[in-house]
Design a protein around this ligand. Structure first.
Ligand code: G1P
Length: 303
């Protein structure tokens, strides 16, 4: 029994950050989109924080170009720390030091942009033969008490199967996601019957979409290796996961508790900034007031 529990223990997380970030150019010309801030914290730091709060000890970041900004952010910044110390700015100093010690981080380069499945496969050697988490920086799952990825880890430890986050998306948006089918049980879990990456508009078999959190067994590596290019000509994680669906253990979709923000979309990114700002006591009232002013201004502009 102890051996079984250990086999499903999740210590490592893969965070793909090799995309071109075209939707956020020119901001992403010299920095990865994962470094764009939500208020004053890079998206990637929020995602790493979620993983750490779930007990993850090692993060493998898949980098493309511009990896230096990410590595520097999670490393010591001696000059900055020295200056903050000299100025007696202890709060900021503590925050800066915390980021450099929050997790063991390893970077792996994805040399060609061959798709999300290929990006994850780049972490194979670093992760090895154990279950692992995947967190996509575009999706923020806001839950201070119970991190989204921790919810999936629990399902994985209980069932010994892969567990991925799902949510119901509005009709007409299905083509932007991996879509799953299956019956949802009262606990918000679904044994997935089938899945398809980015179905053509009007052809989606359901509105249950995969959102960027996954906890996967080591057999995923073999499936990823055998996955041929799919939607958009890319090697898709969803296509590899279809093989897990067919395995005896199966694959489970889990509706996560928490607020999901799509930080990979301009409006979603702005919304995430407002939502996270409003969680900060020192900003909350001012942000509400600002929103009121802006709405009133927009109304006046239209008249
Ligand atoms: C990726 C996955 C897709 C998933 C989505 C969630 O797509 O390929 O299955 O539904 O993330 O955000 P992307 O948004 O990178 O195109």
């Amino acid at each position: 029994m102890a051996r079984m529990e250990n086999a499903h223990k999740v210590r490592k997380a893969v965070i793909p950050a090799a995309g071109l970030g075209t939707r956020f150019l020119p901001a992403t010309k010299a920095i990865p989109k994962e470094m764009l801030p939500i208020v004053d914290v890079p998206t990637l730091q929020l995602v790493v924080d979620e993983a750490v709060r779930a007990g993850i000890t090692d993060v493998v970041v898949i980098n493309g170009r511009n990896k230096v900004a990410i590595e520097d952010h999670f490393d010591h910044a001696y000059e900055l720390e020295h200056t903050l110390r000299e100025r007696g700015n202890t709060d900021l100093l503590a925050q800066v030091v915390k980021v450099s010690t929050m997790v063991r981080m390893l970077s792996v380069r994805q040399k060609q942009p061959l798709g999300l499945g290929h990006a994850v496969l780049c972490a194979r050697e670093a992760v090895g033969d154990e279950s692992f988490a995947v967190l996509l920086g575009d999706d923020l799952i806001d839950n201070d008490r119970d991190p989204g990825i921790a919810q999936l880890i629990r399902v994985h430890e209980e069932l010994g199967a892969g567990a991925i986050a799902i949510m119901e998306v509005p009709a007409g948006k299905e083509h932007l996601y991996g879509i799953v089918t299956g019956d949802l049980d009262p606990q918000g879990r679904m044994r997935i019957r089938d899945m398809i990456e980015k179905p053509k508009p009007g052809t989606a078999p359901s509105r249950w979409a995969v959102v960027g959190r996954y906890v996967l067994p080591p057999s995923t590596w073999r499936h990823l290796e055998n996955t041929k290019p799919g939607a958009g000509g890319e090697i898709q994680l969803t296509d590899a996961l279809r093989e897990l669906v067919k395995s005896p253990e199966g694959l489970y979709g889990v509706v996560l508790q928490g607020t999901r923000h799509d930080a990979g979309d301009k409006l979603g990114y702005l919304r995430a900034n407002l939502a996270y700002a409003m969680k900060r006591p020192e900003l909350r009232d001012a942000v509400v007031e600002l929103c009121r002013e802006m709405v009133a201004g927009a109304g006046a502009g239209k008249a």
